[in-house]
Design a protein around this ligand. Structure first.
Ligand code: FE2
Length: 347
């Protein structure tokens, strides 16, 4: 359903309020070739209405000759800020950067955040943004679950489809995404509403079965048959199944990088305004599929880098796979039971 400028501007106003934008603060809107014009318009008006000093930095895209997909999360290589000290300086001098371009995790982004600048990524279509305006309740719920995950030393995930995998925890921090940036140096993504951490290096073991109907990203497809992934010492050592397994496996092989097969982030979704079924309703070109990453009760795991959390692994390949119907437990306590968040646990 189309969104009015007024409604989208109101949504931005709420997100900027939650992000504690004050009159006189510097808000820089980072844009690129794929920035949605209505989102840019609404963000600009809302930031001006909040009394901010608004600037725009527009950068040309990179990586097109290397990536097999138009999805900005499909190839984690250089960013438009790589070797661009002028743009980096402008962003560092800002109180808040509204990333309508998709900067991605990068040394440049970490550098900007360490200066105290806040960054909020928002690139989903306007209709997704207005459906998923974050709330204080989202923040409270995600932070409560994150506290539990932070203390855990082992995560186990099982499912009737055949998943049985354990992750040793403790080496890496827990990261919370609730959709706004209320503290200096914070990065977040609107929409979100989930939490994750990374398994200890070499500390992932077992089998993950991606069941029929689960989602592959960046493929943005629902699987038509189960994919069986064997995990040994932190790496996917076998990817077996039918056509979906072959498509995933061949895609990953094109990166020619053994680190592509490493376990990356692991966590679960807590966002009731995001849905498993939504991906079927959007053009793949128009969405990052944040619904799939955030829907309540998913178990989201990733293959690829762990530098986002301070690890040493960088790889251009990044696969996200949200699973339904999994039971997730932390040190034996169930926090998600067969795809349903257990109220009172992990929150
Ligand atoms: Fe990911």
């Amino acid at each position: 359903m189309p969104v009015s400028d007024h409604q989208l501007t109101q949504a931005w106003a709420e997100v900027l309020r939650l992000s504690k934008v004050q009159p006189g603060q510097s808000v820089t809107i980072l844009t690129g070739a794929a920035t949605h014009p209505q989102t840019l318009r609404a963000a600009t008006m809302a930031a001006q209405a909040a009394g901010a000093v608004v600037s725009r930095v527009d950068l040309p895209p990179v990586n097109a000759h290397r990536s097999l997909s138009r999805d900005p999360l499909a190839y984690l290589g250089e960013t438009p800020l790589t070797g661009n000290p002028a743009a980096i300086a402008a962003l560092k001098a800002s109180d808040l950067v509204l990333d309508l371009m998709t900067l991605l995790f990068s040394p440049e982004q970490i550098d900007i955040l360490e200066s105290g600048t806040k960054i909020l990524l928002a690139v989903e279509p306007p209709e997704v943004l207005v459906r998923t305006v974050p709330t204080e309740a989202d923040r409270a719920r995600v932070l409560a679950a994150s506290e539990k995950l932070r203390k855990a030393r082992q995560m186990r995930v099982v499912s009737d489809a055949g998943t049985d995998v354990t992750f040793d925890l403790g080496e890496f921090p827990t990261i919370s995404e609730y959709g706004f940036v209320d503290e200096p140096g914070r990065w977040d993504h609107w929409p979100s509403g989930f939490l994750f951490t990374f398994a200890n290096e070499g500390g992932s073991h077992g089998t993950i079965v991606v069941d029929t109907g689960d989602i592959l990203l960046p493929q943005k497809s629902y699987t038509t048959a189960p994919i069986r992934i064997t995990v040994e010492k932190g790496y996917a050592t076998a990817i077996e199944g039918g056509i979906d397994a072959q498509l995933l496996s061949e895609y990953m092989s094109t990166f020619k990088d053994p680190e592509a097969y490493a376990m990356s982030h692991i966590g679960w979704g807590l966002q009731p305004r995001c849905h498993w079924s939504t991906l079927a309703l959007y053009d793949k070109e128009q969405t990052l599929a944040m619904d799939a990453r955030a829907f309540e009760g998913n178990f989201l795991f990733s293959l690829g880098p762990n530098n986002e959390a301070g690890g040493q692994r960088t790889t251009a390949c990044h696969i996200d796979i949200p699973l339904r119907n999994c039971t997730v437990s932390l040190d034996g306590e169930v926090v998600v039971l067969k795809g349903k968040v257990v109220e009172g646990a992990g929150q």
